[in-house]
Design a protein. Structure first.
Length: 196
């Protein structure tokens, strides 16, 4: 089953659950923590690929409409476009203010924007005249992120999230050996979190 079908099915299921839910303002404030999985389109210096991604997120809602959120995510391995490439992937940390607009007692939409710290790592294995050696390279940088999404109340404290996020940064080689690169990630995901 494709990610689009899973995404659509989950959204429809959440809406059907939400039609029976009744939510109070106290359920929308305080700490929350959860996890997510999805797919990420990566664009790195003209090289494009879609990979699986997963991560955790959490934060604090000061009011039902305003909060702060942080997240950590990583991707599965990019395909091996070089025969010497053992693994390659990207990930990031984010910190964002978040504005939420309730649609009804059980459904809300949100917008967030803030700072992203992104990384990209490659691990190579070479064979040269019967001598094997490894080479690792990593890039990192600070950029920006924004996201939109919807949250659906499943039961008291438990919420389902459907989201779209973008991350951008110019990343630098940690060893100052390679050129800087522009990294752009577009991520669609489904998450589940508990509001304490």
């Amino acid at each position: 089953m494709s990610f689009k079908n899973i995404f659509l099915s989950t959204t429809l299921l959440a809406i059907s659950f939400s039609s029976y839910a009744e939510e109070t303002a106290s359920e929308n404030t305080g700490f929350f923590i959860g996890g997510f999985a999805g797919q990420t389109k990566s664009k790195l210096e003209g090289y494009k690929e879609t990979v699986n991604s997963y991560g955790v997120y959490g934060g604090y809602n000061f009011t039902p409409m305003f909060g702060l959120e942080g997240s950590f995510f990583t991707t599965s391995n990019y395909s091996k476009y070089d025969s010497n490439l053992r693994t390659a992937g990207s990930g990031g940390l984010t910190f964002t203010p978040k504005v939420t607009l309730p649609i009804n007692d059980a459904v809300s939409v949100y917008l967030k924007a803030g700072v992203a710290v992104l990384a990209y790592v490659e691990e190579y294995k070479y064979a040269n005249y019967n001598n094997n050696y490894d080479r690792n390279a990593s890039w990192g940088g600070i950029g920006n992120t924004f996201g939109v999404g919807a949250e659906f109340r499943i039961m008291n404290g438990l919420k389902l999230r459907v989201s779209y996020d973008q991350y951008r940064a110019t990343i630098e080689d940690d060893n100052n050996y390679y050129n800087d690169m522009d990294l752009k990630l577009s991520q669609g995901s489904v998450g589940l979190h508990y509001q304490f």
